[in-house]
Design a protein around this ligand. Structure first.
Ligand SMILES: [Ca+2]
Ligand SMILES: [Ca+2]
Length: 267
């Protein structure tokens, strides 16, 4: 899953209206479906679109942020093919930036979100050639004219861009919402990591079931934190975002954060 941080796996134990127990695991498919805003297309648990205007590469990153996403960089042939199909429908002669470049070190490609591994690159024949007038093509685009494969281009060329954002959960009113608590890779509950600065409201709670139920009833609630006060009381904090949507604010804290739960959405 594109947005999952490496140090934890969010999918494990869970809560509907029952007590949490070891036998409760998040189902691989929940009744809740992912959904995208207008103009975005769903693939997996993420939403994609092309920008409607063209930009220099660096401005394209901002343009994607302005519509609530970030510039995309495919991680698999399946994802690349989905993006190509999407682009062809919008503009048969599309030429669109992705979030990969070799601006820092010539020939060393970096793609956003793919740090620490080999970047996923599928070049057109003869690319990358660092060509152009001054031999300085450092930004990557996918283009119809490049057989729907990748080409390095000048970063000050003006192209559309592929943007991606996390999908939201769409609910049918009859379906119970389900929440998963975050765990580390060994399945242990992460007991000091919470989502900060997205608090809608907070109140004293009995525990995870009560807190999750409150989140399910609260319009706009997407996840929750449970914190302990020094007196041992549990505070339920309802959040208007999720760990994958604001990774920077999903942090280890020193002050008694005991649990983080997030809405489960099917892929
Ligand atoms: Ca280059
Ligand atoms: Ca080139």
């Amino acid at each position: 899953m594109a947005f999952m941080s490496e140090f934890f796996a969010i999918v494990v134990a869970v809560l509907s209206m029952r007590a949490l127990s070891e036998s409760d695991f998040c189902p691989s498919r929940s009744p809740v479906k992912s959904s995208c805003p207008p103009e975005w297309q769903l693939w997996g648990s993420a939403c994609y679109r092309l920008t409607s205007s063209t930009y220099y590469w660096v401005d394209a990153k901002t343009a994607c942020q302005d519509v609530g996403g970030k510039m995309a960089a495919p991680r698999s042939l399946e994802e690349l093919n989905f993006m190509v199909d999407l682009a062809r429908k919008v503009d048969s002669e599309y030429w669109a930036w992705i979030a990969c470049n070799d601006r820092d070190v010539e020939g060393t490609w970096e793609c956003d979100g793919q740090e620490g591994g080999e970047p996923f690159l599928v070049w057109d024949d003869g690319e990358p050639n660092d060509g152009g007038l001054f031999d300085n093509q450092d930004c990557v685009a996918i283009a119809a004219r490049h057989n729907h494969r990748m080409d390095d281009g000048r970063c000050d060329g003006s192209n559309r861009a592929f943007c991606v954002r996390h999908a939201a959960c769409a609910h049918l009113s009859t379906q119970p919402r389900q929440y998963c608590v975050s765990t580390d890779t060994h399945g242990r509950i992460l007991n000091s990591t919470c989502l900060l600065d997205h608090n809608i409201r907070e109140f004293i709670t009995k525990g995870v079931v009560a807190c999750g139920s409150a989140c399910a009833k609260e319009p706009g609630c997407r996840s929750f934190n449970i914190k302990k006060t020094e007196g041992g009381k549990k505070i339920c904090q309802l959040n208007n975002s999720t760990s994958s949507e604001d990774k920077d604010k999903f942090q280890k804290t020193d002050y008694f954060c005991t649990m983080y739960g997030e809405e489960m959405c099917s892929d």
